[in-house]
Write a protein that binds this ligand. Structure first.
Ligand SMILES: *[C@@H]1O[C@H](CO)[C@@H](O)[C@H](O)[C@H]1NC(C)=O
Ligand SMILES: *[C@@H]1O[C@H](CO)[C@@H](O)[C@H](O)[C@H]1NC(C)=O
Ligand SMILES: *[C@@H]1O[C@H](CO)[C@@H](O)[C@H](O)[C@H]1NC(C)=O
Ligand SMILES: *[C@@H]1O[C@H](CO)[C@@H](O)[C@H](O)[C@H]1NC(C)=O
Ligand SMILES: *[C@@H]1O[C@H](CO)[C@@H](O)[C@H](O)[C@H]1NC(C)=O
Ligand SMILES: *[C@@H]1O[C@H](CO)[C@@H](O)[C@H](O)[C@H]1NC(C)=O
Ligand SMILES: *[C@@H]1O[C@H](CO)[C@@H](O)[C@H](O)[C@H]1NC(C)=O
Ligand SMILES: *[C@@H]1O[C@H](CO)[C@@H](O)[C@H](O)[C@H]1NC(C)=O
Ligand SMILES: *[C@@H]1O[C@H](CO)[C@@H](O)[C@H](O)[C@H]1NC(C)=O
Ligand SMILES: *[C@@H]1O[C@H](CO)[C@@H](O)[C@H](O)[C@H]1NC(C)=O
Ligand SMILES: *[C@@H]1O[C@H](CO)[C@@H](O)[C@H](O)[C@H]1NC(C)=O
Ligand SMILES: *[C@@H]1O[C@H](CO)[C@@H](O)[C@H](O)[C@H]1NC(C)=O
Length: 587
């Protein structure tokens, strides 16, 4: 008798525990996906182990359209990129403006297939092309098909299937048309809603719930006036009823640390609770320093039957729905925000979270070439990482930068690589950069320069490796651009790799230092630069990256550089004004 009783008792205890846990909320942190992950769109897919998949816009960064997957909405693993092969969309080579490229996307799942719809924009040539990708395996880069291209007038396409299987694409405006996603042919576009105020009405997403079609959209522009609004109708083409509670989500006109909240999408979790993804800046209301740009945040939503959804305001620390899934780090060093400990071992691939500015020349990046195991060989590009600054509108080719980076995902972090380099020709250079774009960046390089430039202006043309710190920025907009600083590499450093460091010391400044890898604590301070230089400006849709480059600065050089011991360690995340939590792997 004891056994069944005990069994039933245990069953009862376990099920009550689940009920209690379901009723509880838990603490959630934002940004949910830290670092530049703008215009997020997410879909929950029961068929794929109750996983939520999100994508975000990547502009000129390749590979583009990352897919992040999570079951607990805490650990986000980068599982593929929908745009990973140059032949899928070679035209990046013609993009010049720093916010050209891949704009906001929508990810959806329909009858066993994942779809991403997005748009490629080239402002200089006034081109925009709609793109549709699909896959039956979101974990494999090569399984992403397409894109199918289509003509489009409006930005921010959405995807929605009605109960009869008809696919619809809503766009900025808000306009709606039927779509054949296998051919890229569209029905007539019809205006269905003019928004709450109509100012920068964009980023629409359509949902059907309890007999209503709902349009969720962004308004006010992707800056300080960004808001989320909603409307509903019993008929897909309207008329739509403006919700009297609009805007339903915004941090506009608040003193919150998270600002510019908007471009939201809605999805349900495994327990049926609703969530919104959105983009936000960690800038405070002054919006002066926000080097990571537009990041992905999540917030719980209460959406009762027949009622309008109610969004919790976006904060760094929120009480959100509990999800009864394993919270341990199941990422094994591959989740967003994980530390990098990368040694470029022979046979290892380039890490999937590394990226390039436009398509890379693959031959410029070789892991462990013969004679240099444990290094990444960089073949220098003629163009420097700031090339094109004066040429943004001149139609000059600015592609083929030898530049490999990862996102800055933490408010405070330390990054370093070792560089081994035997330059021969003047201006050959290898270095590290904190990079927003070709106009706004900071670089610490080892560069071949005449000794005379620093020691004897008239008579000594002998070349020698120097350390050089240079900051590029928009002079008018960001003040305090530091002057370049150049100093010869000490003779005792020449035989070993040189370690170059970038450190976000505090929220407002980066410091750059150098040391010999054989004596890494004897540093030479090279410079300090304010984070305002990489906040906004010509990159107000994007966010900062950190990485390494090699260039001949347009001269005749061709000496390869070898980088090794790539390290990135998050130190802290700001979650409020003067409020910090440890970075994820210091928890
Ligand atoms: C679900 O997870 C299991 C265990 O990790 C894995 O073997 C399986 O392939 C996954 N299936 C899908 C459809 O994701
Ligand atoms: C996926 O895209 C390919 C072309 O890229 C197309 O042939 C195929 O029909 C599409 N699949 C679906 C389900 O739309
Ligand atoms: C939105 O405004 C445009 C321009 O005034 C108008 O043509 C269109 O009919 C309006 N749409 C709706 C749904 O009212
Ligand atoms: C925000 O809205 C205010 C009031 O309409 C306007 O004066 C301001 O220019 C807007 N700012 C931006 C960045 O759009
Ligand atoms: C929509 O509703 C909001 C909130 O009540 C209101 O401020 C706005 O003016 C309305 N817009 C329209 C077009 O009715
Ligand atoms: C909110 O808006 C009002 C009116 O425009 C303004 O006086 C106030 O300073 C704003 N508050 C914040 C925190 O932005
Ligand atoms: C849990 O979070 C939801 C969404 O923010 C909120 O509506 C609800 O009141 C919270 N419940 C508790 C018990 O705090
Ligand atoms: C960039 O490299 C590609 C090879 O990947 C080459 O075809 C192209 O001509 C190069 N462009 C420039 C401007 O050098
Ligand atoms: C700008 O373009 C011209 C050719 O049109 C070129 O000579 C010059 O080097 C370019 N400047 C930069 C900074 O790339
Ligand atoms: C520069 O070099 C010349 C010739 O080597 C030497 O006479 C002179 O003293 C040097 N000047 C300085 C400032 O070092
Ligand atoms: C941040 O660090 C920089 C460089 O060390 C320093 O100049 C600045 O005063 C610091 N700011 C704060 C608020 O501590
Ligand atoms: C490159 O080398 C050639 C031949 O040696 C020379 O004529 C030319 O001036 C050099 N160009 C640069 C930029 O150094």
């Amino acid at each position: 008798m004891a056994r069944p009783h005990s069994f039933l008792y245990t069953l009862f205890a376990v099920s009550s525990l689940i009920v209690i846990l379901n009723a509880q909320n838990e603490t959630r942190y934002n940004p949910a996906i830290p670092g530049w992950h703008s215009d997020p769109s997410c879909v929950f897919v029961p068929d794929w182990n109750e996983t939520t998949f999100c994508t975000s816009s990547t502009f000129l960064l390749t590979p583009g359209l990352p897919i992040h997957a999570s079951q607990d909405l805490v650990n986000w693993k980068l599982i593929s990129h929908a745009l990973s092969r140059k032949n899928q969309y070679p035209a990046f080579d013609q993009s010049l403006a720093q916010t050209d490229g891949i704009w906001a996307a929508t990810v959806r799942y329909h009858q066993g297939t994942f779809f991403i719809i997005t748009m490629y924009k080239n402002n200089v040539e006034q081109l925009q092309t709609g793109l549709i990708f699909n896959t039956t395996d979101p974990y494999d880069n090569n399984a992403w098909n397409g894109p199918i291209r289509y003509e489009t007038e409006y930005i921010d396409p959405d995807l929605f299937w009605d109960d009869d299987g008809t696919a619809y694409v809503a766009t900025s405006g808000i306009n709606l048309q039927t779509a054949d996603l296998t051919t890229g042919t569209f029905g007539e576009s019809r205006s269905i809603w003019n928004g709450s105020t109509g100012v920068y009405l964009e980023g629409p997403h359509l949902y059907k719930k309890d007999g209503y079609y709902y349009i969720l959209a962004a308004e006010g522009g992707s800056g300080i006036n960004h808001t989320v609004i909603i409307a509903r109708s019993k008929h897909i083409f309207g008329p739509y009823e403006n919700h009297s509670g609009n805007p339903v989500l915004t941090n506009k006109n608040t003193s919150r640390y998270f600002q510019n909240v908007g471009h939201a999408d809605l999805f349900q979790d495994a327990l049926g609770h609703w969530w919104a993804s959105a983009l936000a800046w960690r800038s405070g209301p002054l919006a002066v320093t926000y080097p990571m740009g537009r990041e992905t945040v999540l917030t719980p939503v209460t959406w009762n039957e027949g009622a309008w959804p109610i969004f919790s305001p976006i904060c760094g620390i929120e009480s959100g729905w509990y999800l009864p899934v394993a919270k341990e780090n199941s990422c094994h060093g591959t989740c967003v925000g994980d530390a990098d400990i990368i040694d470029f071992e022979p046979g290892s691939p380039i890490p999937s979270h590394f990226g390039y500015w436009r398509w890379p020349v693959p031959d410029s990046y070789t892991i462990s070439p013969s004679g240099h195991p444990g290094t990444l060989q960089l073949t220098p590009s003629p163009l420097s990482i700031s090339a094109g600054y004066e040429n943004l509108t001149l139609g000059y080719q600015v592609d083929n930068l030898t530049l490999i980076m990862r996102l800055q995902t933490d408010t405070l972090f330390q990054y370093s690589v070792d560089v081994f380099f035997t330059p021969e020709i003047e201006h050959e250079e290898v270095g590290v950069t904190l990079y927003l774009n070709q106009v706004q960046n900071m670089a610490l390089g080892v560069i071949m320069l005449p000794i005379s430039t620093t020691t004897n202006l008239t008579t000594n043309p002998t070349l020698a490796p120097h350390l050089r710190f240079v900051v590029s920025g928009l002079g008018g907009l960001e003040k305090n651009i530091p002057k370049p600083f150049v100093t010869p590499v000490p003779d005792s450093w020449l035989k070993d790799p040189i370690r170059l460091f970038v450190r976000a010391e505090n929220e407002t400044h980066y410091t750059f230092t150098a040391a010999s890898s054989s004596s890494p604590y004897e540093i030479i301070p090279m410079g300090i630069a304010p984070a305002t230089i990489v906040s906004g400006g010509t990159g107000d849709f994007t966010g900062s990256l950190v990485g390494a480059y090699a260039t001949t600065n347009g001269r005749n050089g061709s000496s390869p550089a070898y980088i090794s011991r790539w390290r990135y360690q998050g130190l802290a995340q700001a979650v409020g004004n003067q409020e910090y939590i440890p970075s994820r792997f210091n928890y």
